[in-house]
Each structure stands twice: as structure tokens, then as C-alpha cells.
Design a binder for this molecule. Structure first.
Ligand code: NAD
Ligand code: UGA
Length: 428
């Protein structure tokens, strides 16, 4: 099938590669020239394992192309995915401006082409947006619409390529049988379970999934704080809890909280959307509150264990919101760094990939490129992202270190010798 994808970020690019991998011809479009240049050269515009190899392969074969020209993208395809960002605005609401602009440009190009076209929304959008906002924009441009659909994306950064190639499930929110069959056949090679529903239900499935996963994490974190003062280890507790197949062990890892481009913004957008309709959301309010508590709680415990923070050189290991990405959106390392600085700590940071991106968030923090140099500089370590390089690092040989705080249960305390150690969720 000939596909175009509007927006060449994590979702657009990996979807393009997954579809090209199963035989489609794909044109990627973006308004960012840097991204398009990078894609044309076969280089992913961000760090994501497995993307570079597939991308250079498909660019060479011509099964993936990249453009900034909407007409070229629409003329060269029968079906278009909208995969632009839907970030959080300053009020915590969904910012629909990018998806509205993408829908208008797409519609205008379809209208000029004059041939019926399918548009599929892949961006995360609030219930009602596809039929109530995007479809009216497309119609307003005079686009000859074959149909519209909403297929939410469930990939995770760090394993985005693997998730795009082998999704757990494909949700097809559509209004007619032909569109359902077209999309089902498109995703058939992934061998995933398929759910058919209407677009508004598909939109809500995405928000409910992210909100539920975020809720599991905040629940584990709240139990974790209770475990700490009760002298129990929350990891032992969650091992037992997760053995119940109705619960599952996933997303019960207590720690410094959830970050990333989606959980915080999607839970927040759903809360605001509910409140705009006069509905209270006490559970999701608590999920967000719990997530704000964790970084401050971690710094409180550090202060308690160290006595004073103000004279200490403290190194944050891990600046990305999770390992295997250079994405720092809503990373928990930022509130921790800010809280430590406010209390007078001398804060430095290191990350295998995300240093330059983090520097844009906190320009006055010293960011080390070299891990040995960073550890030699530090007196206190605080581990915020579980990169494998930190798991295996010989901290025990660094006799000058006073204490290691583990926000992600990554370091084996048996390898630390005389250095102090405390992991979130273990007895205080
Ligand atoms: P991203 O920020 O990585 O990429 C979005 C891209 O859209 C950017 O390259 C930007 O330049 C481009 N863009 C913005 N306006 C445009 C326009 N008018 N025309 C063409 N291109 C435009 O975003 P992402 O992480 O890929 O997320 C995209 C959507 O998918 C969001 O709604 C997000 O919530 C959702 N999502 C993301 C993930 C994830 O792990 N990142 C997973 C599932 C769903
Ligand atoms: C998440 C979802 O897992 C994806 O299904 C979804 O498509 C995506 O959001 C999205 O909508 O963008 P992602 O944010 O990439 O994916 O990464 P996760 O692995 O879910 O981790 C998110 C955050 O939760 C990280 O900061 C991670 O450290 C934290 N986390 C995760 C925990 O604190 N504990 C856990 O047990 C699991």
C-alpha cells in the first residue's frame, strides 16, 4: 500500500519503518527540515535502538522517502497517518494546534489531488477530537474523503522499533467496514490482536491505558513510602503482589516516579478534559500528586541520611526519563536536580545519551561526558535512570564516595564495600 505519514517523530518514523518492513511504500513528512535531512541520510533524528539500521536500509531501497511538501506526500499515497505531537499546554490541557495544522495542510493537498483518500489519526487525541475537530477541518478544506479512522499508538520509547513491529494489540476506531478491512490488512503481518471500535472509543482506550499504567506506578510508589517506614522492602512486596495473574508484575517498580512525553501529559489532559465537563477525577489527581511527591521525598531522605546537602558534590546518574532514549521530556531527574540545588547542593549530571538535551532544561548544571571523571568528581551518587552502564560500574572501587542513593533499584549494594547505600522503597 502507498502510505504517507505526517510527523516524523518517535511514532511517525517507527510506524513508517514497520509498514515498509511489511511491504508498504511510505512517504514521511515533517515541518522540521533538520528531521527530514537526517531521515534522508538514513540517520534517526533521535536516539532510539534499532531505528538507524532499518532506516538506512529502507532509504537505500526507496521504500521510505522523506519530504516537507504536503502535495508530494498526498499525491504519492492513498492513506495518510497523522502522527504529529499533541503536547501539554501551559494549563495542562492537550495542545491541539499541531494536529489541527497538520489536518488542514493534509486536507488542502487531498482537495487539490481530487481523489478519495483515507486519513487515520495516530497521535494521542482526546475523545471526540477525530470526529469533532479533525474531520470538520478536513471537510472544510474540500478534501475528497474516503473515510477517517483513529488508530492509537502504544509503543514505548527505548523499545519503539520492536513495539512497532510487534504490537500487543491494534485498535482500529472507524466508521465503516471498508476502512476496517483496509487497516486490518495493513497491520495483518504484525500478527497482533485487533479490536474494532468507533474513533471516540479508540481515543479513550489510549488515555485509559496510559492513565492505568501511571496509576499502577503511583500505587507502587505510595505503598513504597509506607514500606520504608514499616521496615519492609517494597520490591519483595510487589514480587508477591505481581504473582497474581489478575495484577501482573509490570509497572509496579517503585522509584522516582514516571516521566516521559506521555504519561504526565496524557493523565493531565484527561483530568483537564473531565474538569471542563464538570467531572471530578480524585483518583487521577492523586496519581499526579504522588508523582510530584516522589522526587522531593527522595531528596528529603538524602538530607536525612547525609545530615547536610549544602556542602556536598552530588552526581545524578541518568538524565533521560528512562534508559535507551535521549528524551528528557518530564524526566524525574529535573525536579531532583532543582530540589538539590535549592537546598544548596553542588549538582552534576551524566547520561550516556541525554546530556545535551538535559542541558537545554538546566543550563547551569555541570554535565559530564565521561563517567569516570564524573564519579571521581562526586561525593554522593544518585541514580535516576537504570542504564546498564551504571548497573555494572565498579562504584565499590571508588573509596572517596560517601553514599549511593538508588532511585531505580539498579545497583547491587553488595558491590559497594563501605559506601553507604539506600534504595527507594527499602527500609529507612
Ligand atoms: P515527536 O515530538 O517526537 O514528533 C512529532 C513530529 O511532528 C515532530 O517531528 C514535529 O516537527 C512534527 N510536526 C509538528 N507539527 C507538524 C505539522 N503541522 N506538519 C508536519 N509535521 C509536524 O512526537 P511523538 O513522540 O512521535 O508523538 C506523536 C504523537 O504520538 C503524540 O500525540 C504522542 O502523544 C503520541 N504517542 C507518542 C509515543 C511515544 O512514545 N513518543 C507513544 C505513543 C503515542
Ligand atoms: C508509555 C507507555 O508504556 C506506552 O504504552 C505508550 O505508548 C507511551 O507511554 C506513550 O503514550 O507515549 P514510555 O513513556 O515510552 O511509554 O515508557 P514507559 O516504559 O512506559 O515508562 C514511562 C515512565 O514510567 C518512565 O519514567 C519509567 O521510569 C517509569 N516507570 C515505568 C516506573 O517508574 N515504574 C515502572 O514500573 C514502569
Amino acid at each position: 500500500m502507498k502510505i504517507s505519514i505526517i510527523g516524523s517523530g518517535y511514532v511517525g518514523l517507527t510506524t513508517a519503518l514497520a509498514l515498509a518492513h511489511t511491504g508498504s511504500s511510505v512517504i514521511l513528512l515533517d515541518v522540521s527540515e533538520d528531521r527530514i535531512v537526517s531521515i534522508r541520510e538514513g540517520r534517526a533524528p533521535f536516539y532510539e535502538p534499532g531505528v538507524d539500521g532499518l532506516l538506512s536500509d529502507h532509504i537505500r531501497k526507496g521504500s521510505v522517502r522523506a519530504t516537507m511538501d504536503y502535495q508530494e506526500a498526498i499525491n504519492g499515497s492513498d492513506l495518510t497517518f497523522l502522527a504529529v505531537g499533541t503536547p501539554m499546554d501551559s494549563d495542562g490541557r492537550m495542545d491541539a494546534s499541531y494536529i489541527k495544522a497538520a489536518a488542514r495542510s493534509t486536507g488542502e493537498a487531498i482537495a487539490r489531488k481530487g481523489v478519495p483518500h483515507i486519513v487515520v489519526v495516530k497521535s494521542t487525541v482526546l475523545p471526540g477530537t477525530t470526529e469533532g475537530v479533525i474531520l470538520p477541518i478536513l471537510k472544510d478544506t474540500g478534501a475528497t474523503m474516503a473515510s477517517i479512522a483513529m488508530c492509537p499508538e502504544f509503543l514505548r520509547e527505548g523499545s519503539a522499533m520492536e513495539d512497532a513491529l510487534h504490537p500487543d494489540r491494534v485498535v482500529i476506531g472507524c466508521l465503516d467496514d471498508t476502512t476496517f478491512t483496509t487497516l486490518k490488512e495493513l497491520f495483518e503481518p504484525t500478527d497482533s490482536r485487533v479490536l474494532r471500535c468507533d474513533p471516540t472509543t479508540a481515543e479513550m482506550i489510549k488515555y485509559a491505558s496510559n492513565s492505568f499504567l501511571a496509576t499502577k506506578i503511583s500505587f507502587a510508589n505510595e505503598i513504597s513510602r509506607i514500606c520504608e517506614v514499616t521496615g519492609i522492602d517494597v520490591y519483595d512486596v510487589m514480587e508477591g503482589v505481581g504473582m497474581d495473574s489478575r495484577i501482573s508484575p509490570q509497572f509496579l517498580r517503585a522509584g522516582a516516579g514516571f516521566g516521559g512525553s506521555c504519561f504526565p501529559k496524557d493523565v493531565s489532559a484527561l483530568i483537564r478534559a473531565a474538569s471542563d465537563k464538570g467531572m471530578k477525577t480524585p483518583l487521577m489527581d492523586s496519581v499526579m500528586l504522588n508523582n510530584d511527591i516522589q522526587p522531593v521525598h527522595l531528596v528529603d531522605v538524602m538530607e536525612e541520611k547525609l545530615g547536610v546537602i549544602s556542602d556536598k558534590r552530588i552526581l545524578i546518574l541518568g538524565l533521560a526519563f528512562k534508559p535507551d532514549t535521549d528524551d528528557v521530556r518530564e524526566t524525574r531527574s529535573l525536579p531532583v536536580a532543582k530540589e538539590l540545588s535549592t537546598r544548596g547542593g553542588v549538582v552534576g549530571g551524566h547520561d550516556p545519551q541525554a546530556g545535551p538535551n538535559f542541558a537545554t532544561l538546566m543550563s547551569d548544571m555541570r554535565i559530564f561526558k565521561d563517567l569516570d571523571e564524573a564519579v571521581d568528581w562526586a561525593e554522593v551518587i544518585i541514580l535516576m535512570t537504570e542504564w546498564p552502564v551504571y548497573r555494572n560500574y565498579p562504584f565499590g572501587e571508588k573509596g572517596h564516595l560517601l553514599f549511593v542513593f538508588d532511585g531505580r533499584r539498579t545497583i547491587d549494594p553488595k558491590r559497594l564495600g563501605k559506601i553507604g547505600y539506600w534504595a527507594m522503597g527499602s527500609p529507612l
